[in-house]
Design a protein around this ligand. Structure first.
Ligand SMILES: [Zn+2]
Length: 93
């Protein structure tokens, strides 16, 4: 699916229509020292290590992508609801 790089929409901070740049949300880097990561590693180690059944056949064939709109005037970011698409491409429009 082609997604435009820039769209013009209402900005609730500027209270007018402004150009918004679109980018796609990416999850941050996982820290090995985070509490949950340490707990997970602790529960997985040793005999009988897998703590939850691995998904053998996932129900969905697509991943959700979350567009982030950034107002070019005030730099405020808006997260749009995630959409399920197989492939996305940011295009100039
Ligand atoms: Zn704005």
């Amino acid at each position: 699916m082609n997604i435009p790089k820039v769209i013009r929409k209402y900005c609730s901070k500027c209270k007018t229509h402004e150009d918004h740049k679109i980018s796609i949300y990416k999850a941050g880097k996982r820290r090995g020292s985070a509490r949950g990561e340490r707990r997970h590693a602790e529960r997985k180690k040793g005999y009988g290590g897998q703590k939850f059944p691995k998904l053998a056949k996932p129900a969905k064939v697509t991943k959700k992508v979350t567009p982030i709109l950034t107002c070019t005037a005030c730099k405020k970011k808006f997260n749009k609801p995630g959409i399920r698409i197989k492939k996305f491409e940011l295009v100039a429009a």
